[in-house]
Design a protein around this ligand. Sequence first.
Ligand code: KIV
Ligand code: NA
Length: 273
Amino acid sequence: MKRSIPELQHSEVPLVMVTAYDYPGGRHAEAAGVDLILVGDSLGNVVLGYDSTAPVTLGDMIHHARAVRRGAPDTFMIVDLPFGTYHTGVQDAMRNAVKIIQETGADAVKMEGATAEILQVVDTLTRNGIPVMGHVGLMPQTATAQGGLKVQGKDDDSARLTLDGALALERAGAFGIVLEAIPARLARLISEKLHIPTIGIGAGVGCGGQVLVTHDLLGVYEGEEKKIAKRYAEVGKVAREAIEHYAAEVRARQFPTKENSFVMKDDVLDKLY
Ligand code: KIV
Ligand code: NA
């Protein structure tokens, strides 16, 4: 059953979040009983084949989130606001978040950053009844400006910025915050200072929950190991081998067999000759 925000916030055990991007992804996540599904804009990387999340549009997010919702009607679903959809003023951000909620059945939206502008957006959305999850540390949408996809919060300035950002997001009304790619001890400190749950990815075990990109945990892409993710399966290998097996059987006329074929009465067939 779908868990409410207070239930999620008071969980005794770490919260489990996974990403999903389509109907099968939603079904798998719901059947596995995760607490939260994130329709992440990592969609751009793992499903659409872009090399960053920047090209992902609001339309892409809505199209995919609707499919996830059909597969996971009873799981708390958060949808990422993609790059550019909450950076041109509070009204635009509000309009785009409302569109996501209305058209996808999302329970909440997520956005990256803790600048004064973003904090104002978080404040406005939450005051108007749209739950917002924050996201600090490594922020893929603006990674170029952060000096590339690398660990944040390692020196005092960066650690302070990350901690202050998380605290400010809580004050602005966020119900939870993703901590991405920061040292484990910093993530633990932030998690202790906040009253809302932190959801870590590459942020150690001291967070209120964990999130992984499903394609990473499933091992969808062969040979693409990542430090922050554990591969719980090798689905890419399984998929490739299954297709190779099918191809070999087609070429050897071993598939389809009688079991896969339809029969008809001989006399009907005879009339055709
Ligand atoms: O887009 C995404 O998948 C994310 C998670 C990594 C938190 O933002
Ligand atoms: Na994201």
